[in-house]
Design a protein. Structure first.
Length: 466
C-alpha cells in the first residue's frame, strides 16, 4: 500500500501539474483551476492551498520571463556591437549617424529599438574598441620585448661589459629591431645587463663563501696537525717555525693551507699562536718552579745537575701541576742565568782587584808573593791562580810606562797619589755623555729581580716569523 504524500510533496505535485498544462504568466486562477480539474492530483490540496501554489508559480514564471527577456535583450546588444566590429568601414572618427547608415540593412540593427539605445551601444562599442586596441598594443609590445630578450640571451657575445652603443652598431640591422620600439629595446638591454651583473655579484659571493669555508677547513686541519705534534711532544716552547716546517713540508694539511686561494692566517701564524700559548704556560710554570725552589731552599747554579734539580722539586705538592716537557727548559734558563750572574760578579771582582793593584806600591821587581799579602781577601770570587795571572798582566802593562823603572818605592807611591788626584779632578769635569754612561752601567748592575723581568722579556722577543 502506497503511503500518503506529505503536504510539501502534494504542493510540489500540483505545481508540476500546472507546468505540464503549460501555465504562463498570463493565466488567471480560474483558467488554471479549470485546466487541472480533471487530473487526480487536483484532489491532493484544498482550494486555498491550490491558490497559494498558483500564486507562487505565477511569481516564479514572471521572474523567468523577465530573465529570459533580459538575456534576449543582452544578446541583441551583443549582436549589435559585434555588427559594429564586423563593419570595417567604421573608423576611429566615424560618427554615429554615418555608422548607422553603414549597418542599417543588417537584421542585427533591427533588434535594437530606438536611436537613443543604438547610440548608447555605439559609444560602448567605441570604448570596447579602444580597450581592445590598447590590449593588443600591450600584447604586441610585450611579445616584442620578450622576443628581444630571447635574442639577447641567445647571443653569447653579450656580457656584463657590453655597451648599448656597441651592441646597436653590431646588430642594429637585425629584423628583431623592427618588432620593438627603440626605447623598449634599450630598456630590455639594460635590464638584461643588470641581471648579468646581479648574477656575477651572486657568483662572486658564492665563490667568496666557498673560499672562506675552504680556508676555514684548511686552518682547522692545520690546527689538528699542530695538536698532534704537540701531544706527541714534537713541539715545545723552544721550537721555531724554520725547523718545524721541515717536518711537515709534505703533509697535505700544510700544503692545502699554502694554496693561493686560501685566505686568513698562514701556517706560520697559526704555529706561533700555539707557541704563544705554550710560552704563556711556560712563564707561569717557571714562576711556580722558582717559588718551589725558594721553599725547598735550593739555588740552581752551574754546578747543580738536572737530576738534582728535579729531585729537589719533585717532592713538593705542586710538582704534579707542572708540565715535565718544560722542566728541562726551566732548568736550563735558571742555570744560564746563574752562570751569567757568576760571570758578572767575577768580572766586578776582577775589576776591583785591578783597581786595588793600582793603589799598591809595585815596582818592576815586585813579585806575586810580595804583593798578595797586601790584598784584601774579602769580595774576591776567583782563584789565586787567576789573581796571579791578573797581577802579572798588570806588571807587564806597568813595565811599558816610562816612569816604572826609574822610580823608587816612595816615588812610585807619590806617582800613584798624583794619578788618583788627577783622576778625581777628571771625574768632576766629565761631560754629560760620561754621566749617561755611568747611569747606563748602574742600570746594567740592577738586582736579580729586575734581571728576571728582562730575561722574560728577552725570551718573548726571540720569536720571529720565518
Amino acid at each position: 500500500m502506497d503511503r500518503p504524500l506529505t503536504k510539501e510533496e502534494a504542493r510540489e505535485a500540483f505545481r508540476k501539474l500546472l507546468r505540464e498544462k503549460g501555465m504562463t504568466s498570463t493565466w488567471s486562477q480560474e483558467q488554471a483551476l479549470q485546466e487541472t480539474r480533471d487530473d487526480p492530483r487536483w484532489k491532493l490540496l484544498k482550494m486555498g492551498e491550490k491558490k497559494q501554489v498558483f500564486q507562487g508559480l505565477m511569481s516564479e514564471l514572471r521572474r523567468e520571463e523577465r530573465e529570459e527577456k533580459r538575456k534576449k535583450e543582452q544578446k541583441a546588444e551583443e549582436d549589435f556591437i559585434q555588427l559594429l566590429f564586423d563593419c570595417k568601414e567604421i573608423k576611429k572618427h566615424t560618427t554615429f549617424r554615418e555608422a548607422m547608415t553603414l549597418i542599417s540593412t543588417d537584421p542585427r540593427y533591427l533588434l535594437i529599438v530606438g536611436d537613443r539605445e543604438r547610440e548608447r551601444l555605439y559609444n560602448e562599442f567605441i570604448d570596447q574598441r579602444a580597450r581592445r586596441e590598447r590590449d593588443e598594443s600591450r600584447k604586441r609590445r610585450r611579445e616584442g620585448m620578450e622576443g628581444f630578450r630571447q635574442f639577447l640571451e641567445s647571443n653569447k657575445s653579450v656580457t656584463v661589459d657590453t655597451q648599448w652603443r656597441t651592441f646597436n652598431e653590431q646588430h642594429g640591422d637585425n629584423p628583431i629591431f623592427s618588432e620593438i620600439d627603440k626605447l623598449d629595446s634599450l630598456t630590455v638591454f639594460m635590464e638584461y645587463i643588470k641581471e648579468l651583473e646581479s648574477k656575477d655579484i651572486e657568483k662572486l659571493k658564492q665563490e667568496k663563501l666557498e673560499r672562506r669555508t675552504r680556508s676555514r677547513k684548511a686552518r682547522e686541519s692545520f690546527r689538528h696537525l699542530l695538536d698532534e705534534y704537540w701531544v706527541a711532544r714534537k713541539i715545545n716552547v723552544k721550537t721555531r717555525w724554520k725547523e718545524f716546517k721541515q717536518n711537515i713540508k709534505n703533509d697535505p694539511r700544510f700544503l692545502n693551507l699554502q694554496e693561493d686561494d686560501v685566505e686568513g692566517s698562514t701556517p706560520a701564524e697559526l704555529f706561533y699562536d700555539l707557541i704563544e700559548d705554550l710560552e704563556e704556560r711556560y712563564h707561569k710554570e717557571k714562576k711556580r718552579v722558582k717559588e718551589i725552589l725558594k721553599e725547598v731552599q735550593v739555588n740552581v747554579n752551574a754546578q747543580v745537575s738536572y737530576e738534582t734539580f728535579v729531585e729537589a722539586i719533585n717532592k713538593h705538592e705542586n710538582y704534579q701541576l707542572l708540565d715535565e716537557s718544560n722542566l728541562k727548559f726551566i732548568y736550563s734558563d735558571l742555570q744560564d742565568k746563574a752562570v751569567r750572574v757568576e760571570e758578572k760578579t767575577k768580572k766586578k771582582s776582577k775589576k776591583k782587584f785591578l783597581s786595588t793593584l793600582k793603589t799598591l806600591k809595585i815596582t818592576k821587581g815586585s813579585t806575586w808573593d810580595q804583593v798578595k799579602g797586601s790584598l784584601p781577601a774579602e769580595n774576591i770570587t776567583f782563584s789565586e791562580k787567576e789573581q796571579k795571572d791578573l797581577f802579572e798582566e798588570h806588571l807587564k802593562k806597568r813595565a811599558m810606562e816610562d816612569d816604572f823603572d826609574s822610580t823608587s818605592d816612595e816615588e812610585e807611591g807619590a806617582i800613584h797619589e798624583r794619578r788618583r788626584s788627577h783622576k778625581k779632578e777628571r771625574r768632576h769635569s766629565r761631560s754629560s755623555n760620561s754621566k749617561k754612561k755611568r747611569d747606563s752601567d748602574r742600570r746594567r748592575e740592577s738586582d736579580d729581580s729586575e734581571e728576571d723581568k728582562n730575561d722574560d722579556d728577552s725570551n718573548r722577543k726571540k720569536r720571529r716569523y720565518v
